[in-house]
Structure formats: structure tokens, C-alpha cells
Design a binder for this molecule. Structure first.
Ligand code: GLP
Length: 236
């Protein structure tokens, strides 16, 4: 696991952008994308560049259950706004959180992932160590699944909604097993609220209680984090 300490998200975005260019030069065709505030500077770097993504495929990690893609809190909307409007891909897939049969929608997403193996997966991390929306306790063997969001995740994400009651309680997320199939992974973490999860990810036991700890088993992971997010790890 490679750990890169950066001053801020801007620097983190630039470093990840350089890594993306290397992967594209090596022939990467499928990007696994994430939402949340942490990857925004990276997407901005892409937007500011002359990179053409129109021959690439993107697959996103997760989506809330029940939100219309036009809803400005949906992850469909987030990706349009922060990347796809400016840099369209040949095809962009996100899980369908509005399907009447969610289990069938999860299976369909697994099929998409099988057809498009991920070359580079971008991740953020939840305060409780979740990746995608795979909350503590999620099986490492899981593929795309419907998840109940934990109260701490609902609370953390409430800042984007008018009030906490509007935050969906369920999501559809690529599973840990799907994430682990990516050839390379870059995880962004910024701020003190991520310090405990980052310490566990890097040097804690590999346990389903801290989903991100599974990344210790992956051969090509780069953690891009600021000093605050690395503070507890460095104090160990
Ligand atoms: C949500 C997303 C995750 C993301 C996490 C952290 O829970 N489902 O994919 O990593 O938020 O978000 P942020 O980067 O805003 O801290």
C-alpha cells in the first residue's frame, strides 16, 4: 500500500490526475468512480485538462435508493455536475436506486461490472470506514447489494440535504468483492473525522467491522490523504 501525504485536496487531485494519466497510457479503459466531497478536486483537474474521456467507460460505486436521478442529492446528479457534463464518457453506469425490483437491479449491475472490469477505482472513505456504501459488517464476499445506511452515515450525509429526515435510509452499492477486482485503487481521505478509519485501514486488523481494512489485501492501493486524516496512523 502506498501512502501519499498531501497538503490539501487540490494537491491530492493533481497527484491522482497524474496517476490516471499513467494508467491511461498503460491502456486503462474502465474507471470506477466515487461521489462525496473527497474526489471533487480530482474531477476538477480532469475538467481543467485537455483529456478526452469519450472512449472510456465509467462505473460508479453507489446510489441512494429512491432518489430520482434529477434530484440534486442523487449520485447521478452529482456525477453529471462534477464530471460528466464537462467530460462525457462513451458510457457511464451507475446503480439504479429507483428500480421496482432492487435485487434484480443489483444483479444487473454485477453483469455490467463483469463486462467492464475496472482498471482504476476511485474511493473515498466514510467516518466508520465504509467504502462505497458498504457499512461495517458488510461481507467481504458481497457483490452489488442493497444496504441499510447506519445512523452515523445518515448524519454525516445530512449536510447535503435540507434536513436529516430527507436523507435516504437505503442505498445500492457495489460490494467489497466487486471493488477488490479493480486492478488499481486510489482512496482519498481528508480531515480529522477520517483519522480513525484511516489508521484502521492502514494498520488495523483486517475485519468486516472496518470495511476499508480489506484494502490491505489488494496489491495496488494508493492512499492520498492530508495530515489530519493521517494523524492517528502516524501516532501509532
Ligand atoms: C458517502 C459515499 C462514499 C464516500 C463517503 C465519504 O457515504 N457513499 O462513497 O466515500 O460518503 O464522503 P466525503 O468524501 O464527502 O467525506
Amino acid at each position: 500500500m502506498k501512502i501519499i501525504e498531501v497538503r490539501d485536496q487540490m494537491e491530492g487531485g493533481k497527484i491522482a490526475f497524474a496517476l490516471l494519466k499513467d494508467k491511461l497510457a498503460e491502456g486503462a479503459e474502465v474507471l470506477g468512480l466515487a461521489t462525496g466531497s473527497s474526489p471533487i478536486a480530482f474531477y476538477q483537474e480532469i475538467i481543467n485538462s485537455d483529456l478526452d474521456l469519450s472512449a472510456l467507460i465509467s462505473v460508479n460505486l453507489d446510489e441512494y435508493v429512491g432518489l430520482d436521478p434529477e434530484n440534486d442529492q442523487s449520485y447521478h446528479y452529482f456525477m453529471q455536475k462534477h464530471l460528466f457534463d464537462a467530460k462525457p464518457f462513451k458510457m457511464s453506469y451507475l446503480p439504479d436506486g429507483q428500480a421496482s425490483d432492487l435485487e434484480a437491479s443489483a444483479k444487473a449491475y454485477d453483469q455490467i461490472l463483469e463486462e467492464h472490469p475496472i482498471d482504476l477505482q476511485i474511493l473515498g472513505i466514510g467516518r466508520n470506514g465504509h467504502i462505497g456504501f458498504n457499512e461495517p459488517g458488510s461481507s467481504f464476499e458481497a457483490k452489488t447489494q442493497i444496504v441499510d445506511l447506519q445512523p452515523s452515515t445518515i448524519e454525516a450525509n445530512a449536510r447535503f440535504f435540507d434536513n436529516i429526515d430527507e436523507v435516504p435510509k437505503k442505498a445500492i452499492s457495489m460490494g467489497i468483492a466487486s471493488i477488490m477486482t479493480a486492478k488499481s485503487i486510489v482512496l482519498f481521505a481528508y480531515g480529522k473525522s477520517k483519522a480513525e478509519a484511516i489508521a484502521g485501514l492502514i494498520s488495523g486488523p483486517i475485519t468486516e467491522d472496518l470495511p476499508a481494512s480489506v484494502l490491505q489485501k489488494h496489491p495496488d492501493v494508493t492512499i492520498i490523504a492530508d495530515e489530519a486524516a493521517l494523524s492517528l496512523y502516524k501516532a501509532l
